[in-house]
Design a binder for this molecule. Sequence first.
Ligand SMILES: *Cc1c(COP(=O)(O)O)cnc(C)c1O
Length: 360
Amino acid sequence: MTKITPQPGIMDIALYKSGEAVIPGRTEVLKLSANESPYGPSDRAKEAFARSAATLHRYPCTDHADLRAAIAEVHGLDPERIICGVGSDEVLQFVAQAYAGAGDEVIHTEHGFAMYPILAHAVGATAVCVPERDRRVDVEAILAACTARTRIVFIANPGNPTGTLLSGTELARLADGIPGGAILVLDGAYTEFAEGHDGGAALVSARENVIMTRTFSKAYGLGGLRIGWGYAPGAIIGVLNRIRQPFNLSSTQLVTAEVAMRDQAWLAKVVADTIRNRSWLIEALRKTGVAADDSHANFVLARFGSEQEAADCDAALRGEGILVRRVAGYGFPDALRITVGDESACRRVVHAIGQFKGVR
Ligand SMILES: *Cc1c(COP(=O)(O)O)cnc(C)c1O
């Protein structure tokens, strides 16, 4: 027997499954399984990406000052309180690594993002799963689950795959109610699609125990580039920067993201189109007899009558070359998560579901 064993917790990790990208035997696939932008990144960002080839022999800067300045200007934030990572996933990882370990508890919620328990296990902490209420994060249930060992509370807001949103008042109540040694992490991967919502930025500015994470992977159409950022109290940023690798982001990532951030006209168009298509998709699904909550993200959780019906519909969609996401692993065996595509994609998926349901 080998004496080589991993750290406690690591073998408790269930491997992360991403949205599928291919259907065997099909060349043309409509991929609505990973919440990617159907519009891709802005042209300016693509130009910056191409231009970056000229300086690939140089090491990137380590302090990300230009990117942080662009983010700070656009969002009206203090650049000293911003940290950038390889996707927002890396920022979440910094938080877990810096603030939780063996004997500590990390709270996530019933339908929350699969990365949260993975991160807790990876640092040897205990992942504590709290029920949601009607597909919404339940603030009181989280507060009831907090103990003296709670170090981190991870919440996606809007939620994935629910698409539901907690109000500023509910977030403030949560931040006020968690124990003194705990941090509330607001994962804002879909904040751009939640009209009138700041992702919790004001709450971060006002408090010492809240962190907001954001990403270029969704609304900015740069999932393949792997870049995200966090906004946190200065003391926490000072901690996270100690464990961040100095060259975690390439010069290509940095310059492309900076240009993408400054192209807010492109972002506004993507968001407006997505919100319009989302409303249409939800209404159209309801007309075919499929239940769907209002969504504040770029996807819709389509709920069927049973697990079997969801599986059959998934199979029918595959037959039409359409990939959506089964979400049994997120506590929804009877549902499919459908990314809001462009107008023709929305029409195609609704048409296929309508045919499956026998509705025209
Ligand atoms: C997509 C997604 C992210 C983004 O992760 P990146 O590492 O920035 O690509 C984060 N949180 C949730 C809930 C997501 O769905």
